[in-house]
Ligand binder design. Structure first.
Ligand SMILES: Cc1cc2nc3c(=O)[nH]c(=O)nc-3n(C[C@H](O)[C@H](O)[C@H](O)COP(=O)(O)OP(=O)(O)OC[C@H]3O[C@@H](n4cnc5c(N)ncnc54)[C@H](O)[C@@H]3O)c2cc1C
Length: 329
């Protein structure tokens, strides 16, 4: 391991590829370590309509462009490299281990993303992308005039359901408990919507999904009442699962500070983590908006801030507010 990279990016999703573009274009020696193939979550969709400037594109097509653009400026993208461990050295550099292979960097940008938490019921995997979705903001417009079932009870579930009712002809929200755990103000808004005359929102409490059914696309969901175990076959065109996110940060435990849920703690202005020289970007970080455009934007911010740190490591300790007041960078 003789080579020291200026910047190593962990994860080749949108955040990682955007960071790679900016870092390599600024002539920093940059490598992306990706455990599978470049692309991350967005590879799983064939319809993106909310990336600014691109009316419509499929995930793999967008990723191909992002990868080509980053590589054209010299970024190296190494696939099949799962980062298992990171260590900060006395000289300030960071060692990253992928099995028997080690890499060394002056700056690390962490972009391992998050996965949607699944229900774990039959039919969920089969119909993912054919009626089963985990993102209302992304997919609601594809269900215009349809009947969808939304599942969950937290803030995201309520916000996303309030988004769905603007598109779907009918939304049935199911929740396993008798009360929502989302914030009071959101629950009030949700209940007000459900209580409107001729509302297109129906709420079913004490209800869970037992199975998602269909032929090529979702056609119904089996709903189970947890009080009396009764099962109802409920026709619908789509199922939106809003039961949380699981960040891919297990390998970072003990290296950087994580929230209770496992998201990487960082300051929102500059994306600095608890370890100097290590930034976090995209869906893995606390407060992430979980969108393609915001993940890409995060990658850009981290790569820009890297320059600041490499120019003067003391910058790491400047409070974001002080830095902004003094004109920022
Ligand atoms: C089906 C689907 C449709 C979507 N549609 C839209 C949409 O229309 N619009 C929108 O804005 N958003 C959409 N999203 C959300 C969007 O894909 C994510 O917000 C975005 O991909 C997050 O980017 P990221 O780079 O932070 O993480 P990810 O995309 O999750 O990428 C993380 C990468 O890191 C790699 N990795 C993880 N751990 C390691 C490790 N230890 N070592 C090396 N590599 C590692 C992973 O393999 C992965 O490639 C969709 C998501 C899904 C699943």
């Amino acid at each position: 391991m003789s080579e020291i990279f200026d910047c190593i990016i962990v994860g080749g999703g949108p955040a990682g590829l955007a960071a790679a573009l900016y870092a390599s274009r600024d002539r920093y020696k940059t490598v992306v370590l990706e455990k599978f193939m470049p692309g991350g979550q967005i590879n799983n969709t064939d319809r993106i309509e909310n990336y600014p400037g691109i009316e419509r594109i499929d995930g793999p097509g967008l990723i191909q462009n992002m990868q080509k653009q980053a590589e054209s400026f010299g970024a190296e993208i190494k696939t099949g490299r799962e980062v298992e461990k990171l260590e900060k050295q006395k000289d300030g550099n960071i060692i990253l281990s992928c099995g028997k292979e080690n890499f060394s960097a002056r700056v690390v940008i962490l972009t391992p993303g998050s996965d949607y938490r699944k229900l774990g019921v039959p039919g969920e995997d089969k119909f993912r992308g054919s009626g089963v979705s985990y993102c209302g903001t992304c997919d609601a417009p594809f269900f215009r005039g349809k009947h969808v079932v939304a599942i969950g009870g937290g803030n995201t579930a309520v916000e996303e359901t309030l988004h769905l009712v603007k598109f779907a002809q009918k939304v049935t929200m199911i929740h396993r408990r008798e009360e929502f755990r989302a914030s009071k103000v959101l629950v009030e808004e949700l209940l007000a919507k459900a209580n409107e005359p001729n509302s297109n929102l129906v709420i079913k409490y004490n209800t869970v999904a037992a199975e998602i059914l269909g032929d090529k696309k979702v056609q119904s969901i089996q709903l189970k009442n947890v009080k009396d175990d009764s099962i109802e076959d409920y026709p619908c065109d789509g199922v939106f699962v809003f039961v949380g996110m699981v960040p891919n940060t297990g390998f970072l435990k003990g290296f950087v500070e994580l929230t209770e849920q496992g998201f990487i703690k960082c300051d929102f202005a500059y994306l600095r983590t608890s370890v100097p020289g290590v930034f976090a970007a995209g869906d893995c970080r606390v407060g992430a908006a979980m969108q393609l455009a915001t993940a890409s934007g995060d990658g850009v911010v981290a790569a820009m801030m890297m320059k600041q740190y490499l120019r003067d490591p003391k910058w790491w300790n400047i409070k974001a507010s002080d830095s902004l007041q003094s004109g920022g960078w």
